[in-house]
Design a protein around this ligand. Structure first.
Ligand SMILES: [Zn+2]
Length: 94
């Protein structure tokens, strides 16, 4: 009991939040932070809001996107050519 117990619960909340966010196609880092801040409440919120929808900012920043080395816009991982600047990009290694 005591500090260690609280720490285990806290870390568990973060891990659970990240896992749930990944399963719901949401931003894992954001939910990890929320889990660290709000603990069980972030998990409950994540359970309530359900599967992912387009992010409020309108910018998709999930694992399926990467940054174009030439213009720094986010493009799909599968892309071999940047849709913003037309630069040819090496296909991502799976
Ligand atoms: Zn580009």
């Amino acid at each position: 009991m005591g500090v260690l117990f609280v720490l285990v619960i806290w870390l568990g909340s973060i891990v659970l939040c990240v896992k749930m966010a990944q399963a719901r196609d949401r931003e894992p880092v954001l939910w990890g932070v929320l889990g660290a801040t709000f603990g069980i409440f972030a998990i409950l919120l994540l359970a309530l809001i359900g599967p992912g929808s387009p992010s409020p900012t309108g910018i998709t920043r999930n694992a399926k996107m990467r940054k174009c080395p030439a213009c720094a816009e986010f493009i799909k991982v599968e892309a071999i050519k940047c849709r913003y600047c037309g630069t040819a990009i090496e296909p991502a290694v799976a």
